[in-house]
Design a protein around this ligand. Sequence first.
Ligand code: DON
Length: 587
Amino acid sequence: MKIKATVTSIMIGFLAIVSSSTIGADGAHTTFLDKNARFHPVVSQLGMVVSQETIASQVGADILEAGGNAIDAAVATGFALAVTLPRAGNLGGGGFMMVYLAKENKTIAIDYREMAPLSANKDMFLDQNGDVDNAKARFSAQSSGVPGTVAGLLHALDNYGSMSVSEVLKPAIKLASKGFKVNHDLSDSLLLSSKRLHKHKASKDYFYKAEGDYYLPGDVLVQSDLSSTLNRISKQGGSGFYKGKTAELIVKQMHRSAGLISLQDLANYKVVEREPVCGSYRSISLCAMPPPSSGGVHLIQMLNILENYNLAKLGHNNAASIHLLIEGMRSAYADRSLYLGDPDFTPVPVQKIISKSYAKAISEQINPHKARRSKDVYPGLDSWVTSQSNESEETTHFSTWDKHGNIVSNTYTLNFAYGSGIAVEGAGFLLNNEMDDFSAKPGSANGYGLIGGTANAIQPKKRPLSSMTPTILFDANNKPILATGSPGGSTIITIVLQIILNWAEFGMGIAEATAAPRIHHQWLPDEVYYEKGISQDTLSLLRSMGHSIQPKSRVLGSTQSIAAKENYLEGSADPRRQGAAAISQNN
Ligand code: DON
C-alpha cells in the first residue's frame, strides 16, 4: 500500500478546524485551518512528490516507481497538472525550476519565464490619456507573453532526466484523452471563473458542458484538443509546440483576438539556465531563483535582515517577531520596486542586495517597537552604497525528491487563475496574462499591487519580473534538507520566508511550518495582510506599534514542501487549498 495522503487524510489527530471558506486571490476556493491543528506529514524512505493536485502527484510518484529520477517525475507532474489543474498547471504559461543533482552536488536554475513578443512596446497598455488600461493588461490576448513551459520542462528532461518525452507525457495524454474525475476544487474554481471564461468561445467549450453548465465533482472532464497538442509534443518534442500545427493555432488565436504572438516569437523562445542566487541563514544555506524572478534575491535579503535578531527567543507569531518580519519585508519590497528586472536587459545589483552588511544597515534603521511608514522608506541601496564609499492569481508549486537525492523545486503559472481566460481554439490550452507582471507605467500597480519602474518596463523579448520562489535548503554539511515554494503573486516571497523561519528558526516540523498562520507586507500598499489564527491580541499590539492591519484576513499561498530527516523524507501538502497531496514512492 502506498502511503498516500490527501489533505483530508493527513489530518489525523487534528484538534480544531475552522472551516471558514475563503476565496483566494487567485479565485481558488480555500479552507483555512486553525493554528492548533496538527498534521502528520507523509513520510518515505524512497522518493516523493508533493503537488497541488492528487492525480498529478500520483503521476509523479508512479514515474519514480518506474525508475525515473526526480526530474522525470517533475516533468511528468508538470504536464499532468496542465490537464488536471487548468487554472495554474499549464502549457501556455511559464515558470522556474530549481534542480539539485546529487552526484554532482550541483544546483541549477532553469528560467522558462514568458518573453514579451517582438511587437510589444513599453506603452502598449496605456490609453489615450496615458493611464494604464488594466483590462487590456490583464484580460486581453495582448496580456500573453510567449509561453515558456513546454520548452522549460523539455529542457529539464533532455538535460537532467532519464526517460523519453513520450514516457513522461503518457500519463498526461491519457488524462486528457480519456478524462479524469473533476474534484471539488476544480468544480468550485470553474464556477468562480465562469463569467470570465464564458466570454471566449474556446474557453467555454473546453471547460464547461455543452449547455454552459459547470462540471460537478465526480463528472469526467475530457480534453481532446489538449490531448492532441500533448501528442504532438510527445512525437516532435519542442517543435510540436513552437512550430507546426500548435504554433499555427496559437497565431490564429492571436489574429482572432488581436494578440501579438507571432510564429517568429514562438520559434525564438529560449530557455535560460542561470546561476542560482544563494545565501545563508545561521548554519543553513539556500539556493533559489535569480532574476528575472525577484524571489531568491529578496528571500535572502529578508533572511539576512532577520538574522540580526533572536526571533526564536521573541517567539513565533507574537507582536515583537511579526513586527520585525514586517519591517524586513517593507525594506525588501521597496528595493524590489526599483532595482529588479530582467538581467538580460537591465543590470540588477544582486550581490549588493543580498550582502550581509547591507542587511545589517537596514536592520539598524528598524525600531524594534515602532512601525515605519512606507512613504518614508525608499529603495535603500543607493544611499547605502554612498555611505559605504570606503570599501534595491494563480500559480502552482511542486517538489519532487528521488531515492538518489536528486531534487526538483518548481513553480509555474498562467499568472491569474486561468491566465488571460483565452484558450487557443483547436489546441485545448489557456494562455497566460503574464505581461501584467511588467510595470505598464512607472509607479502604477500591477494585479498584485506591486509597483515597478523602468527596470521592469516592457521591451520586446524581455521577461516580466516575477515573485516565484522555488527554493532548496542545505544544512551545514551542504546536504539538501528542504525543497519548497508557493503560489500567491506578490506574497510568494514572504510565504517562503515564513516556511524557512518556522522550520529553521522556530524548530517546527514541515507540516506544522506549513499550517502555521502567515502574514505579508509588500511596502505598498502600506498594509499588513494576515491569516486567521494570528491572535486578536497580537493584531492589537501591532496596531499600537503603528502598523496598518488589513481589515479582512486573507489566505496566503499554498506551499508544497519536502524535508529530509535523518534517513527519510517528510512531505507536506498545504491544507489551505483543496486537493493537494504528498505521495511517496514505496518500492
Ligand atoms: O510571476 C509572478 O510573480 C506571478 N505571475 C505569480 C502569480 C501567482 O502566484 C498567482 N497565484 N496565486
